[in-house]
Design a protein around this ligand. Structure first.
Ligand SMILES: CC(C)(COP(=O)(O)OP(=O)(O)OC[C@H]1O[C@@H](n2cnc3c(N)ncnc32)[C@H](O)[C@@H]1O)[C@@H](O)C(=O)NCCC(=O)NCCS
Ligand SMILES: Nc1ncnc2c1ncn2[C@@H]1O[C@H](COP(=O)(O)OP(=O)(O)OP(=O)(O)O)[C@@H](O)[C@H]1O
Length: 290
């Protein structure tokens, strides 16, 4: 007679990466107080988003992230076959998101950024430094996807109008806002003993200091973008989220951006990308199992 096998089946690489991506999205949504974004306190500058919707949307993307990682393992190199496979999976993921949210765009930018990073990590699970993963993601983002529709999205409209570098270019450049702003600030604030939540808020602010966030440009123009960048810098200069004067500045920034309707959704996506890369670098299961 066989003894009942109660040992859990080991997670596949794709399962694990999908878990890490969804965790990063949920941690981003929960992080509070974020300026003008949906968080535990409320909806920020958004009328059609709320925290429950962000959670449901994040969970609806798990199968798409898993499928992207599986395609990366199967195809194994940065080429147009892989680019077009993840393009198709990304569009299906976007449909799953829209079905879950009743048509509200909760995570379009995140599917793009985190999808590329999950794919890039799955291709070479032994090479998981943030630099190496972002570089492979950038090489993928530079390839053309013949089947991608080219709609005049909000991002495309403001990119044309203001000559801004949007989500596509950020990925094609290897996520400079994450590698040069978000991750170094996350590590610095942790090293200074500021606590994990404050370190994440500081990382978001560091991204906001320099990003041409097309969500902000679309909603609030150049005035909104300038308020976002200067206000985020002022919080960091005042000592960051862990300090009393930094917190006061953060509260002012929240009020100011809400008044301008300037929600930094692109920066929020890039914070999720920062949290994902940080996890991929440190993940014991990923490191040990593959
Ligand atoms: C590449 C995308 C994000 C194009 O976005 P576009 O610039 O046309 O604007 P759109 O208004 O649709 O979305 C912008 C999204 O990006 C985020 N964002 C805004 N500014 C920035 C920025 N500077 N950097 C990064 N992300 C940003 C926002 O949160 C927003 O949700 C995407 O919509 C797309 O075309 N995806 C293709 C589908 C695909 O190939 N998927 C597979 C990849 S895994
Ligand atoms: N916590 C968050 N709060 C708000 N937005 C977020 C958050 N996290 C990520 N985002 C990003 O912000 C984007 C939402 O911005 P926005 O509402 O301007 O989108 P849109 O579809 O371009 O505009 P609209 O809602 O006017 O149709 C989402 O695609 C998502 O990627």
């Amino acid at each position: 007679m066989h003894a009942l096998n109660l040992q859990a089946k080991p997670l596949s690489l794709a399962d694990r990466l999908a878990d890490l991506a969804v965790d990063a999205l949920i941690d981003e949504a929960d992080l509070s107080p974020k300026p003008a974004l949906v968080d535990r306190r409320g909806n920020g500058a958004h009328t059609d988003l709320h925290l429950g919707l962000m959670h449901a949307s994040a969970l609806s993307l798990w199968p798409a992230f898993k499928e992207m990682a599986e395609a990366a393992v199967e195809i194994g190199e940065v080429d147009s076959t892989l680019r077009e496979a993840i393009g198709r999976i990304g569009r299906e993921g976007e449909q799953a998101m829209l079905t879950t949210t009743n048509g509200v765009n909760t995570h379009r930018g995140a599917i793009w950024a985190l999808g590329l990073l999950v794919t890039a990590a799955a291709m070479e699970p032994k090479s998981t430094s943030a630099n190496a993963v972002s570089l492979r993601a950038a090489r993928l983002a530079l390839l053309d996807d013949r089947h991608a529709p080219k709609p005049l999205s909000h991002g495309a409209q403001v990119a044309l109008r203001y000559g801004a570098r949007g989500a596509r270019e950020e990925a094609q450049l290897g996520f400079p806002s994450v590698l040069q702003r978000g991750l170094p600030q996350l590590k610095r604030s942790r090293a200074n003993g500021h606590g994990e939540q404050n370190a994440r808020l500081d990382a978001l602010l560091a991204i906001m200091t320099d990003l041409a966030d097309t969500c902000v440009l679309y909603r609030a123009g150049e005035e909104g973008l300038q308020a976002m960048q200067l206000g985020a810098q002022a919080v960091l200069d005042a000592g960051g989220s862990a300090s009393l004067s930094g917190r006061r500045r953060l509260h002012e920034l929240d009020q100011q951006l809400i008044a301008l309707n300037a929600s930094p959704g692109g920066a929020a996506d890039l914070l999720a990308a920062t949290l994902l890369l940080d996890r991929i670098e440190r993940d014991g299961i990923l490191q040990g199992a593959f």
